[in-house]
Design a protein around this ligand. Structure first.
Ligand code: GLN
Length: 299
């Protein structure tokens, strides 16, 4: 058992961070130090690393009251990204709130591979299915500045956040957002060089074991992959073919136990050729890849 950390006499930034880190640790919060710093930097309207230079400063009573309030909400289960309203992902900071899933570092694997595949192409057409906060589509548009990006989501609320992020990062003119279920909002003749998706993939039986921060606060719509977690992969595998140009790529983020099942779903489609699976930074299989086969040569 941890005890409540000791109360110092002077509430300097250093003392506030030390106390809060220990308090978070006593509550079983994993990245206790990082989260304490993010919350205090948010209250003091500075960057996290700027706190170090200000270690001996004493925040005002009002700032400390606001910090205490955030600490209480964090301990009650709120994800820190929703409390501060943003999350770093790949090279940018995205606005987030409970209307969207919080971007995960695992998804950076997908962005890196997307950019690798787009590099040799001129003015490629890219589709992000189920864009959520827009973190994938916007990172791609930001790094590949001749890409023409389309992003869909069934949730109008999520699209509002994605649009706001696109404006924030000056790529709104190059991303078209469309509301609808998977490919439904696309014109039937749309063709893409690259299609990416991080669809909901949590199986119903897995919800009970999710971290409460995720289960109780992030949008169920962005997590629920149907009874076995594979519902969206089935639909994407079945529907994606016509929307890919010959030789075009499909990159799908998967839960790390789902690689074999998703590869099998894609392999069952005659138009597709399954490629290598990519690992995330933790070494887990994370991105399943496929290409649309070129048309058969006439003999
Ligand atoms: N990676 C997320 C999680 O484990 C799930 C994201 C998703 O369903 N696409 O919480």
């Amino acid at each position: 058992m941890h005890s409540t950390p000791q109360t110092p006499t002077l509430w300097t930034i250093a003392a506030l961070l030390k106390w809060t880190t220990e308090f978070f640790q006593s509550k079983g919060i994993e990245s206790a130090k990082r989260e304490a710093e993010l919350l205090l930097a948010h209250v003091l309207k500075c960057k996290r690393i700027e706190l170090i230079a200000r270690f001996q400063d004493q925040p005002t009573e009002a700032e400390r009251a606001q910090f205490r309030e955030l600490i209480q909400r964090r301990v009650a289960g709120w994800p820190v990204a929703y409390l501060i309203g943003s999350r770093e992902f790949y090279l940018l900071s995205f606005d987030v709130d409970p209307r969207v899933l919080i971007p995960r570092p695992d998804t950076e694997t997908l962005v890196l591979e997307a950019l690798n595949r787009l590099k040799p192409l001129t003015a490629p057409d890219v589709l992000d299915v189920g864009t959520g906060s827009g973190c994938i589509a916007i990172s791609i548009a930001h790094q590949k500045n001749d890409a023409r990006v389309m992003a869909t989501d069934i949730s109008p609320d999520a699209l509002a956040v994605a649009q706001q992020n696109a404006i924030k990062h000056h790529v709104a003119e190059r991303i078209t957002f469309r509301q609808g279920d998977l490919f439904a909002p696309l014109a039937p003749e749309s063709r893409f060089d690259l299609i990416v998706s991080n669809p909901p993939y949590i199986a119903h039986a897995e919800f009970a074991a999710l971290a409460p921060e995720v289960r109780d606060h992030e949008p169920r719509l962005a997590l629920d992959g149907g009874p076995d977690g594979l519902a969206f992969y089935r639909r994407i595998a079945h529907d994606v073919g016509p929307f890919l140009k010959p030789g075009g790529s499909l990159l799908l983020e998967v839960g790390y136990t789902q690689e074999a099942a998703v590869r099998a779903l894609l392999a069952a489609e005659p138009e597709l050729e399954v490629g290598p699976t990519l690992k995330d930074m933790g070494g887990h299989p994370r991105v399943v890849t496929a290409r649309k086969k070129p048309p058969p040569e006439r003999t």
